[in-house]
Ligand binder design. Sequence first.
Ligand code: 26W
Length: 835
Amino acid sequence: MSRYGRDVPENTSATHPLALAPVTAPESSADAFVADFLHSLNFDRGVALSASSANDRYFALAHTVRDYLMARWLEDLRRQKQSQSKGVCYLSAEYLLGRQLDNNLLAGGLADIAEEALASCGISLDDLRQHEVEPGLGNGGLGRLAACFIDSLATLGVPSIGYGIRYEYGIFRQTFVEGQQVEQPDSWLSLGSPWEFARPEDAQTIAFGGRTETYDDEGVTRSRWVPGWNVQAVPYNYMVPGFQNGRVNTLRLWSAVATNAFDLRIFNSGDYEEAVRAQTFAENISKVLYPEDSTPQGKELRLQQQYFFVAASIHDFLDNMLAEGFDLSALPDRVIFQLNDTHPVIAVPEFMRVLVDEKKMEWDAAWAITRQCFAYTCHTLLPEALEVWPVDLLGRLLPRHLEIIYRINEEFLDAVRARYGDDEMRIRNMSIIAEHPVRSVRMAYLATVAGARVNGVAELHSQLLRDKVLGDFDDFFPEKFTNVTNGVTPRRFLRLANPELSGLITEAIGDGWLTDLERLRELEPFAEDSGFRAAFGEVKAANKRRLHEVLRARDGFEVSDGHLLDVMVKRLHEYKRQMLKVLHVVSTYEGVVSGRVPAAEVQPRTVIFGAKAAPGYTMAKRIIHLINAVGSVVNSDPRLDGRLTVIFPPNYDVTLAERVIPAADLSEQISLAGKEASGTGNMKFALNGALTIGTDDGANVEIRELVGDENFFLFGMSEPEVSESAARGYRPSEFYQEDAGLRAAIDLIASGAFSRGDRSVFEPIVSNLLYEDRFMVLADYASYIAAQERVDDAYADQEAWTRSAILNVARTGFFSSDRSIRDYIDRIWHTPPLA
Ligand code: 26W
């Protein structure tokens, strides 16, 4: 009797034909859609159409769409369980899902029926669209990649389940006060979410704290954990529909509640607060997403979050996805747990604990299984982004896991000694346990030792992992390291975000590209067709007009027509070098106000920024302040004659990305070479016909190789040049001395020109640039400015620009997340799609 899918249980006493019938979807007709919609409005929401709120109508619509996808979901759950074929458990602390309605309508092929059905009820689908709050359960690249990947897993029909955390508060809402970032809590669940299915009956008990003890088990000395306290992990299921392939996978997000939420005895003693302390304490675990996307704060609650969701996920898989009496030694043929960075790597000692302590398996047998059941994807190159947990903290929260990590490390270092002899330096460098500054567990090393495979997310990144970040491990485990270049889902970031371009493409080459994006290659000849170029240009212009509407309605921004739209949207981080973009704007401005450059010679340009800074990242917040300050001066200076505008809409998220990216002409991918692991925004812009100005960093390298040098504005040092210049000793102030344009720009910022004459406001930015400049903004400035001049010249020839833009679309089909998933299957998972 399986818990999933309502297949008829053998010993059922049901007689009613409907009870015995498989679940079926409502009929795909506007009438049936109306019936289901009104049923849900009247009976689930309990309101009449005439008295319904927009939220009622939105929920009823969502429920109707769910109903159309439900049969597939139940059938898929049943088949995945029954098939016992190898599946993927994707463990990620973040999923940046974006709005769900349109994607579910598209996947179900329901958009037209819904539009017609709702219209016949006097309701505009577009009104209800605006009503959806996007689940911001992620920070940036890593979280969005996870969302693209589960979409592709479902569309490729790979048996898989995404596991994560159902944060009550997602990534903060960004507001600007006097140009400065102010964070607001993201209460995305305040009106509830129609896309989730609570499954309290599948709750798991998650233990913490306490101690370990050894005991005699019929002559065998065993260890066990004696926890100090526990919480309940309640799962919420979300549909992950494949694109029009009848498949629906599951995203299972865990929410923390107290095991015994309410202590009546204490309550009756009058200490009401104490009575519910356990509840609040427990709930804190899944209360809020940590808003850092590169520097771990090492907070205990963060480790609690990581252990909470991976333990619940492992127990859930072992309890619910394996057939009765499943032989655990066959686990490697049944499941691969993909670790989305180091955040879920505590899953490795948890898996060992379950196999050894609970299933009483021999250590070596358990380790042999574990090493085949996990794989690790690294998403960063910044040493400070690699998580390390002090053994004191880890040992206090998870005492048994620390013991297991120590034993894994011991056996690993024995193998290292066996290979290299007593090379103490190497032993110290490779040990999972770092002795300095405090004795800590290096989670990336644990993931590398335990993982069957370790991959980077772009060719250059994976090479740098092998050569530099994990060099010793590449030497010891050469067969483990591989690469899977990132990708993005074309359903959301082309079909839904850019319906007009999608229509033009489908008209030209058919719609096969939606599930086979490399078919975009067939567009190449159309770049030579002036008619197609005109149509392509019209689509871009229409997307710009739509963006103008959105920005006017959303933030009151006025965007001038005919401007080159120059876009830089990504998290605010010094290595991504938003400061280089600011210096370009200030240089252009300074050139005009100094009288050196006639305003008429300035290519009309609107620079759009979008960026959240981690709340504790002071320099990043200062740069946000500077961008807004520069914007308000430049935008209001009549000497520029409106030819240069800076727009910084607050609260950049997936929904805004879907509006900005299709309208962009120029995509800013200007990180210091060797710092951006891959980037995925770069892929989305190229696929939507924007040209890239960028360094040879991350996936920019592969984009440039595919689109051709002539269709990419390359600038700046390469990674090897960066390393050489760092090794030589980088003195940023020399560039300030030598480059008059750079000096003028920096001096203008330092002068207080953008801070009402108060030089102190941006002084920290200026002095950091002149005396530290860790990410070599000044070194790449001249090359960047030269590249921007090439951009201005190129944009003057719209025919050539459009031709180049079409070739960018045609040649970037490789960057589909479907291709990434196929690479994971071939190189890491070996989980063929379920037939
Ligand atoms: C613990 C703090 C923390 C949180 C998140 C450290 C590191 C992260 C992420 C790994 C940061 C991240 O999002 N990395 C981005 O991952 C994308 C998907 O692979 C890449 O395209 C980006 O280049 C990379 O910066």
